[in-house]
Design a protein around this ligand. Structure first.
Ligand SMILES: C[S@@+](CC[C@H](N)C(=O)[O-])C[C@H]1O[C@@H](n2cnc3c(N)ncnc32)[C@H](O)[C@@H]1O
Ligand SMILES: [Zn+2]
Length: 392
């Protein structure tokens, strides 16, 4: 294996030479003997930033686990770049990954803090669930869906601990493969103009179902959709009441493919199966998580942190600001292009539509889910009228 040395944040890492698995400008890390994707630095930077804040909030030494570690970039970066990490268990089932992980521990002088394992992630997590050494923080970064590892991660988590979850099976979550979504996540998802938000909220709803079986409720601290994956930082609180509260945050969306009308219904509401605008049959999407996708105070604190360590700081700032802008907005967004094309008018600028809706007294914002998306509490006919007038 051709190994090179790189630096992410404050951490030096030996990684497979990713130029060797570059195909037409994109990396295909699954072709490497040991997994490393340079494009995920942004995701790992946010992980470090998040854990610094979380460690400050809980104000005690923390024990963490990176059960699907590849070269160990996450578990090693957390140990190296976050104050208060007492122990970091870094694990990968791939035997070829282990010598690289060991090299990465040595070069960063983390021998006393980072421990290496080479096991199936579920077996490892269950071993830690049995002892009193459960984790404060677990980073689940699998190939595709995180679902096979969620239950054992919850069992291995301390009360009020956080699981960070990546899901790269976006075609299933976004409804391009509805049957795969139903199989893996137990939810109906179809391709819509706001499918990235549906995907993230379906992922979060599946976490609720996994949590309540273990008597936990969830609190979403930070979650987002970017590039080709979803990422969520979710805190788990023990107690039947907390679990019931989480269930009450689930709901469905009724969606009209013909005119793009949609409405959110709580789990206990009577659903609408007919579009009130064009009278066509609607599609039901869900269950989805209808609660907030970020904890506002936490994101406000993250934005104030010193980001100078991170190569991706500009992207981080942009994402966090967009997440704050769309906080408090309704659950779905509209794609300006799609509505304009339905109305057969030219596409007005997103910013001008937002200003016009605000002038009319409604809330309106951009969304991190899509640069061509708008969120607003204005009724659907008002939004279409604004786009129609501006697009003429
Ligand atoms: C997406 S990669 C992880 C990348 C890494 N977290 C990073 O940021 O560079 C998924 C990793 O999980 C490992 N893996 C797959 N199935 C596993 C299992 N059942 N138990 C433990 N590791 C597993 C693979 O060998 C691979 O290194
Ligand atoms: Zn309709």
């Amino acid at each position: 294996m051709n190994i090179i040395q790189i630096k992410e944040g404050r951490t030096i890492l030996f990684v497979p030479n990713f130029k060797e698995y570059e195909r037409k400008g994109t990396y295909v890390p699954s072709q490497a003997k040991v997994f490393y994707n340079p494009k995920m630095e942004f995701c790992r930077d946010i992980g470090v930033l998040f854990l610094r804040e979380f460690s400050k909030i809980i104000n005690q030494e923390i024990i963490i686990c990176d059960p699907l570690a590849g070269v160990g970039s996450r578990g090693i970066r957390y140990a190296n770049e976050v104050k208060g990490v007492k122990k970091s268990i870094v694990n990968d089932i791939n035997k070829d990954a282990i010598p690289i992980i060991i090299q990465n521990i040595k070069i960063n002088n983390l021998e006393g803090i980072v421990e290496v394992e080479c096991k199936d992630a579920n077996l490892l997590l269950i071993e830690y669930a049995k002892t009193k050494s459960r984790f404060n923080f677990i980073d689940l970064d699998p190939f595709g869906s995180p679902i096979p590892f969620i239950t054992s991660a919850i069992k291995a988590l301390k009360n009020h601990g956080v699981i960070a979850i990546t899901a790269t099976d976006t075609p299933a979550l976004c409804g391009i493969y509805p049957k795969a979504c139903l199989r893996k996540y137990g939810a109906l998802s179809i391709k819509t103009d706001f499918c990235h938000e549906v995907g993230l909220r379906v992922l979060l709803s599946s976490l609720v179902y996994a949590a309540i079986k273990e008597d936990f409720g969830i609190e979403v601290l930070l979650s987002y959709s970017t590039d080709y994956y979803f990422r969520a930082y979710v805190q788990f609180h023990l107690g039947a009441k907390k679990a019931d509260n989480s269930v009450s945050m689930l709901g469905y969306i009724s969606y009209c493919k013909n005119c793009l009308w949609r409405e959110v219904f709580s789990l206990y509401d009577k659903l609408k199966y007919t579009c009130p605008f064009c009278s066509k049959d609607t599609y039901i999407i869900g269950p989805i998580w209808c609660g907030p996708i970020i904890k506002k105070e936490l994101v406000l604190s993250l934005i104030k942190e010193d980001l100078s360590d991170f190569n991706t700081r500009k992207r981080i700032e942009k994402l966090l600001n967009l997440l704050l802008d769309e906080y408090d907005m309704p659950i779905y967004y509209y794609l300006v292009d799609d509505i304009a094309s339905k109305l057969k008018v030219s596409t007005p600028s997103v910013q001008i539509i937002i200003e016009k809706l605000k002038e009319l007294g409604y809330k309106a914002s951009r969304t991190h889910f899509n640069p061509k998306g708008i969120k607003s509490n204005a009724p659907y006919d008002i939004i279409t009228n604004v786009i129609k007038k501006l697009g003429k």
